[in-house]
Design a protein around this ligand. Structure first.
Ligand SMILES: [Fe+2]
Ligand SMILES: [Fe+2]
Length: 271
């Protein structure tokens, strides 16, 4: 299968990059399944129902959220009516929506998608992501119940993401990090056959501080005081993520390539 995962879509610039480029890439790369992290797609904070519809129409098969899952209040109800949106599996027990789901791709092939939140350096304490993922992956074995499994690890710390990557090695097709908005350069296939990248980066304007207009974050760092709200930077976004090819028989990865297109980052994409 040919899979594409795109990192945190940041505000209007990020949405514009996805809607402008994803339909073409879907055809050009013959993609079978596309996951987009959309936790910052609406004004940099959460995802509205309207913007979710726009990203799904552009070619996303599944949208994942994160710690900002419910910053837009209409997502509290919309996530219950739109099964293609996932919130973190280890979010509050009372939260609406689901954190794992099996999708059907072309040819009837099954694709599991799950998202977990990290516990290290996160503002709120969340349940253990390791045991949450263990249960989900045991229930949907690769090469058996599902032909591919994609895990979005929404964490601050690269160490925690790597730990989860190895924890899932051989049980997931792809473990990819989100949340930091900066892509890492460690795309690889782990020993057990799981494609891994510590962070997919954001689909956003990199002339910024993690997607926000840079002046106010810099001011807060320098002075320790807030003067204005953070607002998303709206220059041309880089589409940022990872492309993976998998073997349908085993669900394991056979190729991985970082994806960076447009905007300020050095370009990278499959051949
Ligand atoms: Fe986040
Ligand atoms: Fe984010």
């Amino acid at each position: 299968m040919k899979l594409l995962f795109l990192g945190d879509v940041m505000g209007r610039a990020g949405r514009a990059a996805v809607t402008a480029r994803l339909p073409g890439l879907r055809a050009q790369w013959a993609l079978d399944f596309v996951v987009v992290n959309a936790e910052n797609a609406t004004s940099g904070a959460g995802l509205s129902a309207d913007h979710a519809k726009v990203l799904l129409a552009a070619g996303a098969d599944c949208l994942t959220l994160g710690d900002h899952a419910f910053d837009q209040k209409d997502m509290l109800s919309f996530v219950e009516t739109e099964p293609r949106i996932l919130r973190p599996l280890n979010y509050a027990k009372a939260a609406p929506g689901k954190g794992v789901r099996v999708f059907t791709a072309a040819g009837g092939r099954k694709v599991l998608v799950a998202q977990v939140l990290g516990q290290v350096f996160m503002k709120r304490p969340f349940d253990d992501p390791f045991s949450a993922l263990d249960a989900a992956l045991r229930a949907h074995p690769l090469g058996g119940a599902v032909q591919a499994a994609i895990v979005d690890v929404h964490c601050e710390a690269t160490s925690e993401k790597m730990g989860i990557g190895h924890w899932c090695d051989g049980r997931a097709s792809l473990v990819v990090g989100t949340h930091t908005h900066v892509p890492t350069a460690d795309a690889m296939i782990l020993k057990g056959g799981t494609a891994y990248l510590s962070d997919a980066g954001m689909c956003g304007d990199y002339d910024s501080v993690i997607g926000m207009e840079k002046l106010e974050p810099m001011r807060r760092f320098v002075t320790g005081m807030a003067r204005e709200r953070f607002t998303p930077a709206n220059g041309e976004a880089t589409l940022s993520g990872v492309y993976v090819e998998t073997d349908d028989a085993t669900g394991r990865a056979t190729a991985i390539r970082m994806v960076r297109i447009g905007g300020r980052l050095q370009e990278s994409h499959p051949a």
